[in-house]
Design a binder for this molecule. Structure first.
Ligand code: GRG
Length: 293
């Protein structure tokens, strides 16, 4: 299947599943359920769910079996965006081409919407099928670890602490590993686990996710400098405005582009153990380097 067709079909499956997993917008309290749906169905790229489904298929399983994991990761991702946009964090007015949650629902509800998405992620993941190699406790631990204080939250804390200060290259890499690569890797691993993946396959996907996640964040940093707010659906030029450490700021734009290409190549190389079966994942990786938003 062509990559664009695959991604389109993946978005359809994930959107349908999310709609089923989430309480109806009218369920009490209607405010919180409307707010959860407002941010979840705002037109995100659904990259993490696509990675989960593709990883399941790459490991010989069915995309459908990875849907609870894919949706759970997307809920965590959306919660992190809502909280990241709050006035006490990055203070952003625009996300996924729409006014941010706190702009529409107020700060209190936006905090609670993030909390509700974080919580429901685990309720959704608990509906996944355990496999002989990977029990439910392992699935839950995987998601909790990636979104907890050692990874996602650590990245955000270091990001906040680093604003306006000189940050070393090693520190910047750690921020990107925690803030971005960990959740992408988690999506891949959960998808693979739903397909009863062997330890060797999980290891290969972990290596892949690490390089892919770093590449994705370097590209995100580059797009912040080179694209418009309209194209990105979020405020462009924000990193420079708050003097955030980024690859373009530390290395310059040409070198940042080279680094993104090198990391993309490394990610594609990590798929070698899967041979030709990984052609779609390789194409997906290449397409992220060329993305414009
Ligand atoms: C726990 C509050 C909190 C934050 C954790 C993930 C994060 C840290 C902050 C969110 C903002 C940010 C710049 C994250 C880095 C990862 C990244 C590039 C997110 C954007 O992902 P896309 O482009 O977004 O996949 P869409 O909207 O397409 O899903």
């Amino acid at each position: 299947m062509e990559l664009q067709d695959y991604l389109h079909a993946s978005v359809q499956k994930v959107d349908h599943a999310l709609d089923q997993f989430l309480p109806k917008a009218s369920a009490k309290s209607a405010t919180i359920h409307k707010a959860m749906r407002y941010s979840l169905f705002a037109g995100g790229k659904r990259l993490r769910p696509a990675l989960a489904l593709a990883a399941a298929e790459l490991c010989g399983g069915l995309a459908e079996d990875a849907l609870p994991a894919a949706c759970a990761v997307e809920c965590i991702h959306t919660y992190s965006l809502i909280h990241d946009d709050l006035p006490c964090m990055d203070d952003d007015d625009l996300r996924r081409g729409r006014p941010t949650s706190h702009k529409v629902f107020g700060e209190g509800i936006a905090v609670l919407t993030g909390d509700a998405l974080l919580t429901i992620a685990f309720e959704i993941l608990a509906q996944a099928q355990a496999t002989p190699r990977h029990g439910m406790a392992a699935l839950i631990r995987e998601l909790a670890s990636a979104s907890g204080s050692r990874w996602l939250i650590a990245g955000q804390v270091l990001d906040l602490e680093g604003e306006g200060k000189p940050v070393t290259k090693a520190a910047l890499k750690f921020i990107h590993e925690s803030k971005t690569a960990a959740l992408l890797t988690c999506a891949l691993r959960l998808g693979a686990m739903s397909a009863n993946a062997t330890p060797a396959k999980l290891q290969a996907l972990t290596h892949f996710g690490h390089s892919l996640g770093l590449a994705f964040q370097v590209i995100d940093d580059i797009l912040d400098v080179t694209q418009t707010t309209e194209k990105l659906g979020k405020t462009a030029g924000k990193d420079a405005a708050v003097t955030k450490a980024t690859y373009p700021a530390l290395f310059g734009l040409p070198r940042a582009r080279e680094i993104a290409a090198e990391l993309t190549k490394e990610a594609q190389g990590a798929l070698a153990p899967f041979g030709k079966k990984a052609s779609l994942m390789r194409a997906l990786t290449g397409s992220l380097l060329a993305r414009e938003y």
